[in-house]
Design a protein around this ligand. Sequence first.
Ligand code: RNT
Ligand code: ZN
Length: 419
Amino acid sequence: MSDKTVQAMYDAALGFYGEQGIDVPAALDKLKSMPISMHCWQGDDVAGFEDAGSLDGGLVATGNYPGKARNGDELRADMDKVFSLVPGKHRINLHAIYAETDGKKVDRDELGVEHFQKWIDWGKERGIGFDFNPSYFSHPKAASGLTLTHPDEGIRNFWVEHGKACRKIGAGMGEALGTPCVTNVWIPDGSKDEVADRVGPRERLTKSLDAIFEEEIDKSLNLDSVESKLFGIGSECFVAGSHEYYMGYAVSRGKMVCLDTGHFHPTESIVDKISSVLGFIDEVLLHVSRGVRWDSDHVVTLTDDLKSIAREIVWNGFEKRTHIGLDFFDASINRISAWTVGIRSMQKALLAAMLEPKDAIRAAESDGDFSRRMAMMEDAKSAPFGAVWNQFCVENGVPADGEWFAEVQQYEKEVLSGR
Ligand code: RNT
Ligand code: ZN
């Protein structure tokens, strides 16, 4: 689509939204101020740089599309490519297994911010913020599937030290980049089959977490978050870090919860959870994913569920209290394309929500006129937000819909095919 067509469609859309009293430029300003935290692990199927062997912890990346990043430089180049295809300024979400140690073996309990210097330098140049995650998987000491709940104190302590090290790394990144780093704890700990003791593992988890969080860290540098899960591959019958567990933990300790869209019952959406948890904790982290029949971590697309999540954030003014991160890993398609679709879809969902006639729909609701509410909600679904989106892309110097994929193909030909 030519820039001229984009402009003509935008002008028509301005008329459409203007008639409803919706301020489109204000929506675009707001959208521009909302970073999406781009997860590094889509770039290499959660492999990391440790040479740790195969992925575990119940995480599964299926497919073997060629061209995956093999080191930090390649991963950063791929992420730069994505940044050139998505409007606005975003963040990067790193896992501890993406440390760069110059060929030296540095175990996870010994990692420091210096092992992320290349990432930090790169982030500084781009003026972006980072988020971080301890990696409690793909390691000999996690081979049993247990980490912070492990009955062996030595192993548990190793993972506690890893957690402490990661918060310090998070704070170092926050300091270097001038924006707090959200450090999110997710552990795989659970059991494939029925357990005889559900209390012991949770008591050990609480002790481990309390030890990890013992040191106070300035919230302007690092923010702690804990991520629950209903079940995983290999932990079908029991997961120690359930939603209720972490909800209680977060409320009692002043931490954030991470709501991963794939971590609940397959038909359960996180839509209702956002306003529920924000009634009791200050901020929430989202891991936006797309579970298909299970926590399959498909690429995020513009589904009704995604639109409802965006509406919850935007209609309630939760933009500053919600940290939006993506969490998916599809190895069956071009990875640059996967990331680009995920980020653009998330942004489109936010934009669509901003352009909906929220006040008029809420007025229908408070009048008790549910026919009018439904009529307005349905009509809003075919409003021309796509025209506004394309203008936003052009204004921000990135390709509009229908244009960006050719650039991915070109990059695949020139860069990825040589790997
Ligand atoms: C696993 C969690 C976790 C991971 C990443 C790699 O089920 O969703 O967030 O996907 O940390
Ligand atoms: Zn997640």
